[in-house]
Design a protein around this ligand. Structure first.
Ligand SMILES: [Fe+2]
Length: 249
């Protein structure tokens, strides 16, 4: 049985398969830091995109997660890993799903997607439609970091909300840091509007972990324990274990 604690839905812990941790030592260092901050498990969600990581598939990610779980167990860490992916929306995403299958976050039906281009092209809607038609729940990663202008982004997010797409915020955006002032303003606004369904670290390496974990305390300070528990505890737990998740807060 999984102990109480936070679950990180979005991370790049798998060594050497995308721009995340480069070695098992780095993966274990991240996990030790997460344990110290109250986390009990992570979804490994490497990038899946045509341009940079087309070799990552649900099957290959599953193998890599099992290997890392073995290392975690051997290191004596009580920490649970699940398979996932961060799927870059692209003109070929539906075709990719048809070929390789749909990578979910853990055992449920949630699928993490991201998008960096301007606006929201028709092929993004096509991928969302495909997922929903096939019984999956799209979860859009870190909208506060998208490059789209503010007004247009707000309109896109309202439209996605109406369509049932849920949002995942990055904890580092609360700090600002590398994500910048605009991302910080946006995540605070979206948290205030109760638009997020979950938050996560999106950790890539031990060196970037402290700044991401600092976001946990900022979320607690500015929005309270109850929201922190829902966004980093209850909803992620429900997502990975295929229970009914709570509402967005
Ligand atoms: Fe990511």
């Amino acid at each position: 049985m999984l102990p109480n604690g936070f679950i990180d839905l979005h991370s790049h812990l798998l060594p050497g398969i995308d721009d995340g941790c480069a070695s098992i030592d780095q993966s274990l260092a991240c996990i030790e830091g997460l344990v110290a901050a109250g986390f009990v498990g992570s979804v490994c969600s490497p990038h899946v995109c045509v341009d940079c990581c087309s070799h990552n598939t649900p099957a290959s990610i599953e193998v890599a997660v099992r290997e890392l779980q073995r290392e975690v167990d051997a290191a004596g860490l009580d920490y649970r890993l699940w398979s996932g992916a961060e799927v870059r929306l692209a003109p070929t995403t539906v075709e990719w799903f048809e070929t390789h299958g749909v990578p979910t976050l853990g055992e449920g039906r949630y699928v993490l997607v991201d998008f960096w281009g301007g606006g929201w092209p028709d092929y993004c809607d096509a991928a969302i439609d495909y997922l929903q038609r096939n019984g999956y729940q799209p979860l859009l990663a870190h909208p506060a970091r998208m490059s789209t202008e503010d007004d247009q982004l707000s309109a896109i997010l309202v439209r996605l909300r109406v369509r049932g797409v849920k949002l995942q915020g990055n904890l580092r955006c609360l700090v600002g840091g590398e994500d910048g002032k605009l991302a910080k303003q946006r995540i605070n606004r979206l948290l205030g509007e109760k638009h997020y369904f979950a938050v996560a670290t999106d950790v890539h390496s031990p060196s970037c972990l402290p700044e991401r974990l600092a976001g946990v305390e900022l979320l607690r300070r500015d929005f309270g324990d109850a929201m922190l528990q829902t966004l980093l505890g209850d909803n992620p737990r429900a997502i990975v274990s295929a229970e009914a998740a709570l509402a967005a807060v």
